[in-house]
Ligand binder design. Structure first.
Ligand code: BG6
Ligand code: MG
Length: 214
């Protein structure tokens, strides 16, 4: 029986995936290359460090240890500029209502995000109080597709992985859920994500329906 929902943040609750994409493209261009929206699917859900490693691989740039550090910091400054004016209106369709309804149904809520900016983004959306636990990029050693972020989320809720349902928009995140022994709800295309069930947005379903189905 499902007693807890573990939510990814970027691309599931809030429309920030596009800002990560834009900021990483600026990094790639600075390195003399670029990458496509299709390639960007591989960056979704991946930590800042692992994302930069991929971009360096794609652009075949030579980057020193010091430059690597600087590029990560630069990307984050560009990203923070892009989300400067972020507010509840930037939540994805139906996401805040879905979270509120989950909460009022007594289903426990945890965040399982790769982003170190996650607590701040939750604050900007005004939904922090709905979360019983927040596990983000600051709390894990292994990034998605490793299941650590979701296993820690389940543990923080006092639940078994089998009692939790994961909400993800990334290939890496769906794999993390699988490896952690959890079912997943994909926000995006079934062919890309390969989750257990898929929706365009959380507005298309309800917490009660999903909790009963899994
Ligand atoms: C994930 C995003 O949620 O967080 C990735 O899907 C991003 O695109 C990752 O790289 C790390 O985020 P941050 O904010 O710590 O750089
Ligand atoms: Mg995501």
């Amino acid at each position: 029986m499902i007693k807890g929902f573990l939510f990814d943040l970027d691309g599931v609750i809030v429309d920030t995936a596009v800002f990560h994409f834009q900021a990483w493209r600026k990094v790639a261009q600075k390195l003399g290359g670029d990458f496509t929206e299709a390639q960007n699917e591989q960056l979704k859900g991946i930590s800042r460090t692992d994302s930069l490693k991929k971009i360096i691989e794609w652009t075949q740039a030579e980057v020193s240890v010091l430059q690597f550090q600087e590029l990560q910091e630069q990307k984050n400054r560009w990203y923070l500029d892009l989300i400067g004016g972020l507010g509840p209106e930037d939540a994805l369709p139906g996401a805040i209502e879905f979270l509120r309804r989950t909460y009022s149904q007594g289903i426990l809520i945890a965040l399982g995000s790769a982003s170190k900016n996650a607590p701040m983004v939750l604050e900007k959306l005004g939904v922090t109080e709905l979360f019983s636990a927040v596990i983000d990029g600051n709390n894990v050693i292994n990034g998605k597709p490793h299941p650590e972020v979701f296993l820690k989320g389940a543990e923080a809720l006092g639940l078994e992985p089998s009692e939790c349902l994961v909400f993800e928009d990334s290939i890496a995140g769906v794999q993390a859920a699988k490896q952690g022994g959890m079912s997943s709800v994909g926000i995006g295309e079934a062919e890309t994500l390969n989750a257990n069930i898929h929706f365009e947005s959380l507005g298309e379903t309800t917490p009660e329906l999903l909790a009963a189905q899994f």
